[in-house]
Ligand binder design. Structure first.
Ligand SMILES: Cc1ncc(COP(=O)(O)O)c(C=O)c1O
Length: 186
């Protein structure tokens, strides 16, 4: 029986060229990058090279790139980090109803810690309404978190426009880009 796999948005085979680049580090070049010996220094060099390549891809500085264990950890770190660092400025967060649970559960946790969260609706195509976003902004809004691409229906959110609005109001913008990689200059 031939199996057809339709769940590539959830998990997908690693690309041949990625596997090729990674294999040496999963096999013989397995040195601890925090160590001083040659094998470790080689790993460290490869990590820093990867950091530069990721930075070039998303148009930022290498020292602004943090590698994590995965999407949920990144969402948690970004949202909680921004929320707790700015809680003396305000405690209001705006997100959408169709974010991944990694974002929604983090926001729910923050609500239990006294933050207020507005969950924006989406239209029939899954797109957030920019007017509704503008109306939701308050004096105490410290974060807007809207995903780049939805993991269930593939909707691409207008994150460039959202980032412009956030910038206009001096609010930090976070986007969960687990399902997409795009370069923007703001
Ligand atoms: C949009 C989105 N955000 C977050 C995650 C969570 O990523 P991870 O499974 O690496 O924790 C996923 C996983 O598919 C996702 O699609």
């Amino acid at each position: 029986m031939k199996i057809r796999y339709f769940d590539h948005a959830a998990t997908t085979p690693v690309k041949e060229e990625v596997l090729e680049e990674m294999l040496p580090f999963l096999e013989e070049k397995c040195g601890n990058p925090s160590s001083l010996y040659t094998l470790g220094r080689e790993s460290k060099k490869a990590i820093e090279e990867a950091r530069k390549r990721v930075a070039a891809l998303i148009n930022c500085e290498p020292n602004e790139v943090y590698f994590t264990g995965g999407g949920s950890e990144s969402d948690n770190m970004a949202i909680k980090g921004i929320a707790y660092a700015n809680m003396n400025k305000g405690r209001h967060i705006i997100t959408s109803k169709i974010e991944h649970p990694a974002v929604l559960h983090t926001c729910q946790k923050l609500e239990k810690r006294g933050f207020k969260v507005t969950y924006l609706n989406v239209d029939r195509d899954g797109i957030v309404d920019l007017e509704e976003l503008r109306r939701a902004i308050r004096n105490d809004t410290i974060l807007i978190s809207i995903m780049t691409v939805n993991n269930e229906i593939g909707t691409i959110e207008p994150i460039y426009e959202i980032s412009r609005i956030a910038k206009m109001y001096n609010i930090t913008f976070h986007t969960d880009s687990v399902q997409a990689c795009r370069s923007y200059s703001y």
